[in-house]
Design a protein around this ligand. Structure first.
Ligand SMILES: NC(=O)c1ccc[n+]([C@@H]2O[C@H](COP(=O)([O-])OP(=O)(O)OC[C@H]3O[C@@H](n4cnc5c(N)ncnc54)[C@H](O)[C@@H]3O)[C@@H](O)[C@H]2O)c1
Length: 310
């Protein structure tokens, strides 16, 4: 059985990666300091070992990587807003933490590092769809630290022939285990408000678009990246479909059977108008294909949210 280390495995996306890996027969170890992750997310997997440690801790990361064939690196300080509030923490965790992981991986003879990156690396969007060649001029410390983490992974893959690295640039990920918090994304915020019978606030006219991708597809992209022999590089992971916020509110109502009022507020400064990824590179190099439609994904999410977020 091959061993996989999942950093950030107690988090939203990480726990979905763990679930998929366990189902595929991997021997999984998680390293997570539970900063924004939950022990509860790992309860369904009693055989998964949790090393409760910081990704910047050299000794603990080395111990976690011992004997691993693949490292899925998801541990991070997540989000633009958090990074503006705590820019030093953001870089320490996302940049130095990634170097720790790469060093441990190299020393342990790991074959592949699959690193979670973000569409935040692009900064202001200049053209659609966004392909991998789109200029990367991040406009938040988070975007910069994720881009630096990508560059480090790819530099390691060039420095060390036996180590491959794939960076996956996620767009708007949603799905089971995505909790509501102060930095929350639109879907958990809307779900939370709907379940409380509170109106949904849409900023602007609601015709802005996002590329929502279900976490099951993101987890599958991680597995495909691990299995793609001889492949290193950075790839977009998204659905390739743009959905307006107005359409999203309608789909959430249909998925939950809950009807709440939608309130329109002035647009927020600095918000991107439209987003849609070109996913053809991941298709060609990894065999990635999104499979979960929004209706199905939102219905599953609302079922989960009814028990978890209410
Ligand atoms: N959710 C999205 O839409 C999205 C989009 C783009 C990229 N990403 C990336 O995906 C990855 C997972 O994000 P998520 O949405 O699941 O967020 P999350 O906050 O649920 O997961 C991050 C995990 O990392 C852990 N962690 C944080 N700091 C740590 C540290 N210093 N040491 C050890 N563990 C630490 C947290 O406890 C948590 O379990 C991150 O790398 C993030 O940048 C997420």
């Amino acid at each position: 059985m091959s061993k996989a280390l999942v950093t950030g495995g107690a988090g939203f996306i990480g726990s979905n990666v763990v679930k998929l890996l366990v189902g595929e027969g991997f021997d999984v170890v998680v390293l997570d300091n539970l900063f924004s992750g939950y022990r509860k997310n790992l309860e369904p997997f009693p055989r998964v070992g949790l090393i409760e440690a910081d990704v910047r801790d050299e000794r603990e990361v080395a111990r976690a990587a011992e004997g691993a064939e693949v490292v899925f690196h998801l541990a991070a300080s997540v989000g633009n807003v958090r990074s503006i509030e705590n820019p030093v923490d953001d870089s320490e965790v996302n940049v130095l933490g990634t170097i720790r992981v790469l060093e441990a991986a190299r020393r342990a003879g790991v074959r592949k590092v699959v690193c979670s990156s973000s569409a935040a690396i692009f900064g202001e969007l200049r053209r659609l769809p966004i392909d991998e060649e789109h200029p990367a001029e991040p406009d938040s410390p988070y975007g910069v630290s994720k881009l630096a983490a990508e560059k480090l992974c790819l530099a390691y893959s060039r420095l060390y022939d036996e180590l491959e690295a794939v960076c996956l640039r996620y767009f708007n990920v949603y799905g089971v285990n995505q909790r509501y918090d102060a930095y929350g994304n639109v879907i958990p915020i809307f779900a939370h408000r709907m379940l409380r019978g509170e109106p949904l606030t849409v900023y602007g006219d609601g015709e802005q678009t996002r590329d929502f991708v279900n976490v099951k597809d993101v987890a599958r992209a991680n597995l495909l990246a691990a299995r793609a022999q001889g492949v290193s590089g950075a790839f977009n992971v998204a659905s390739g479909v743009s959905t307006t916020v107005n359409r999203l509110t309608g789909m959430l109502r249909a998925a939950s059977g809950l009807d709440v009022e939608v309130v329109y507020a002035p647009p927020r400064k600095g918000e991107v108008r439209d987003s849609r990824a070109d996913i053809s590179a991941a298709r060609a190099a990894l065999g990635y294909e999104p499979t979960v439609g929004m209706d199905e994904g939102l219905a599953e999410y609302m079922d989960w949210a009814k028990t978890e977020l209410a």
